[in-house]
Design a binder for this molecule. Structure first.
Ligand SMILES: [Zn+2]
Length: 100
């Protein structure tokens, strides 16, 4: 197995990854929140763009790997996510580094 690195991916690898990510995003599309792995905290769900692909992510950026996200029933309990939902209203994507 190759290590997961940021090296240049081949078209085949990108396509495979894109299909996996699209499927995962579809699985999460109807979820109110997501858990990270076996965690008990429910995070808010957002979408990031990666290589032109819409990738599911948590609002507080607690986890970078979308494949570790699982749909969770019920309301978001992560305080950072709840804060960000309000803070990001009207904010330009990609300018989330305004917070010190
Ligand atoms: Zn969170």
């Amino acid at each position: 197995m190759p290590e997961h690195t940021e090296h240049q991916l081949t078209d085949t690898e990108v396509e495979h990854l894109a299909a996996t990510l699209r499927r995962r995003r579809a699985e999460l599309a109807t979820a109110e929140g997501v858990r990270i792995g076996q965690g008990t905290v429910v995070h808010g769900l957002t979408t990031h763009m990666w290589a032109g692909i819409e990738v599911p992510a948590v609002s507080c950026h607690a986890a970078a790997d979308p494949l570790r996200l699982f749909p969770a029933p019920g309301a978001v309990t992560c305080r950072r996510c709840l804060g960000r939902v309000r803070a990001e209203r009207g904010q330009v994507p990609g300018q989330t580094e305004l917070w010190p």
